[in-house]
Design a protein around this ligand. Structure first.
Ligand SMILES: Nc1nc2c(c(=O)[nH]1)N[C@H]1C(S)=C(S)[C@@H](COP(=O)(O)O)O[C@H]1N2
Ligand SMILES: [Mo]
Length: 393
C-alpha cells in the first residue's frame, strides 16, 4: 500500500488557520495577570460566533469545532427578545394546572432532586434556510444554528411526579421569563427524556443559553428548548401560542398548516473541505464533518467526491450518540481538478438525508424549517471552496 504523506507546512496552515503564529504563546501571555476565568489563546481570536459583527443570531463556527462538544462561548444564540439577567436566588419555577399539588420551586429545591448529565444537540428549526446563507458562504452560515453540549439537570418526570400530574394532562405549556413571554405547548408522551437543566458543559448555564434554568427535550427543534424557564402548566390540549402557530408551523402545498412538527430529521455537513478550509495544494487530506438526528442514533455517513455519482462509507467516531453530534472522517486525495464533496447521513430509524431537489418536491412551497438536504461543497481548481448542488444517485 502506498504511504501517504500528510505533514506539509501549507496543510498545517489550512488546519489551524492562515494567520502566522505570533511568537511564543507562553511569553505573550506571561506579562498579563492571570485571568480569574480562563480564555482561549489570543492566537485563536478569529474563532467566534459573531463573525464580522453579525449581531443576531450568533452562529457556531462548526468548521473550527474540533470535537462533538461546542464550547460554551461558541454555542449559537437565538433569542426573541434579548437576554435577561436573572438572579438565581430570586428565580422560581411554578408547576401547576392539572396536578394534585401545585408547587413553586427555587433553584435550591431543584438542585436537591436526583440529577443526570447527557449530551444533546440543539438545532434551530430554521438552520440552513436560504435567509442565513445570504450572510456569507461557509459552514457557519449554512449550518451554524446547531450546537452540542453536555447538559446537567433533573428529569422533567421527577418534577411532574412531585406535583402529581394528572393522567389527562397530556400536554404542558413551558413559559419563559424573558421579554418575549415565550411559551410552547409540548406533548407529555414525547417528553420521557426531557430535562430541566442548570448545567452546560460542566458549569452553570450561560445567560444566553437560559440561565439559571432551561428545558431540554433531546432531538426536538430548538424552539421547544425553552430558556429562562419560569412556569410549567399541565393541560389537556395545546394552547396554540404564537410560537406554536405563527412560527414553527409549516404550510403544505394545499395551504394546510402543520404545527407541532418537533423532531429534527437526520442531517450532516462536511466541515473540511469547506469555504472555511480551502485546500492549499494537491495531495492527501482528512475530510471531516458532523452528523446528527433527533430521531435515532446515526447509523452511517457516506461521502461523495463526484457530486453524488458515487458514495463511500465514512468512519464514525460517535455512532451511538443518539440526539447528539456524531463526528465522521474520510480519507481524501485531491488531484487538483474540480470536485464536489458532500456527506449523506442515515439514522437507526432508517431515515436518509434527501437531496435538495427531493426535499423541495416533498415540502414546497414552505421551505423555512427542518431543511435537512445533502449539502455539497465545490473545490475549485485553485483550491477555494464554495457551496454546490448535489444530485441524487
Ligand atoms: N425563552 C426563550 N426560549 C427560547 C427562545 C427564546 O427566544 N426565548 N428561542 C428558541 C429558539 S427559536 C431556539 S433555536 C433555541 C436556541 O437556543 P440557544 O440560544 O441556547 O442556542 O432556544 C429556544 N428557546
Ligand atoms: Mo430557533
Amino acid at each position: 500500500m502506498k504511504r501517504t504523506t500528510f505533514l506539509t507546512a501549507s496543510l498545517l496552515a489550512t488546519e489551524f488557520g492562515t494567520r502566522p503564529l505570533k511568537g511564543d504563546a507562553a511569553s505573550d501571555t506571561a506579562e498579563e495577570a492571570p485571568a480569574p476565568y480562563g480564555r482561549p489563546s489570543p492566537h485563536e481570536s478569529d474563532v467566534v460566533r459573531r463573525p464580522r459583527g453579525v449581531p443576531s443570531p450568533a452562529l457556531t463556527p462548526l468548521a473550527a469545532q474540533l470535537g462533538t462538544i461546542t464550547p460554551n462561548g461558541l454555542f449559537f444564540v437565538r433569542d426573541h427578545a434579548g437576554i435577561p439577567n436573572l438572579d438565581p436566588a430570586r428565580h422560581r419555577l411554578l408547576v401547576h394546572g392539572l396536578v394534585r399539588k401545585p408547587l413553586v420551586f427555587s433553584l435550591t429545591d431543584i438542585a436537591r432532586f436526583p440529577s443526570v448529565s447527557r449530551n444533546a444537540f440543539i438545532e434551530c428549526a430554521g438552520n440552513t434556510s436560504p435567509g442565513w446563507r445570504g450572510l456569507g458562504d461557509g459552514v457557519q452560515f449554512s449550518h451554524g444554528l446547531l450546537s452540542n453540549a453536555q447538559w446537567t439537570g433533573v428529569p422533567l418526570r421527577l418534577i411532574l411526579d412531585e406535583v402529581g400530574a394528572e393522567r389527562d394532562g397530556t400536554w404542558l405549556v413551558a413559559e419563559s421569563a424573558d421579554g418575549a413571554g415565550y411559551d410552547r405547548s409540548l406533548p407529555v408522551a414525547n417528553l420521557g427524556d426531557a430535562l430541566l437543566v442548570y448545567g452546560q458543559n460542566g458549569e452553570m448555564l450561560r445567560p444566553e443559553q437560559g440561565y439559571p434554568l432551561r428545558l431540554i427535550v433531546p432531538g426536538f427543534e430548538g424552539s421547544a428548548q425553552v430558556k429562562w424557564l419560569r412556569r410549567i402548566e399541565v393541560v389537556r390540549t395545546p394552547v396554540y401560542s404564537r410560537e406554536d402557530t405563527a412560527q414553527y408551523a409549516t404550510l403544505d402545498a394545499s395551504g394546510i398548516s402543520h404545527p407541532f412538527v418537533f423532531t429534527m430529521p437526520v442531517k450532516s455537513v462536511v466541515t473540511l473541505p469547506s469555504p472555511e478550509h480551502p485546500l492549499p495544494e494537491r495531495g492527501a487530506y482528512e475530510c471531516r464533518g458532523f452528523a446528527w438526528s433527533g430521531r435515532a442514533a446515526i447509523r452511517q455517513v457516506e461521502i461523495t467526491t463526484d457530486g453524488g455519482a458515487s458514495w463511500s462509507k465514512a468512519t464514525l467516531d460517535d455512532a451511538r450518540a443518539a440526539q447528539s453530534l456524531a463526528r465522521f472522517t474520510f480519507p481524501l486525495r485531491w488531484d487538483g481538478s474540480e470536485m464536489v464533496v458532500a456527506s449523506r447521513a442515515s439514522d437507526a430509524s432508517g431515515d436518509v438525508q434527501p437531496t435538495f431537489a427531493a426535499l423541495r418536491a416533498a415540502r414546497s412551497p414552505d421551505l423555512r424549517y427542518h431543511l435537512n438536504a445533502i449539502a455539497g461543497w465545490r473545490v475549485r481548481t485553485d483550491g477555494r471552496v464554495e457551496s454546490a448542488d448535489v444530485s441524487g444517485s
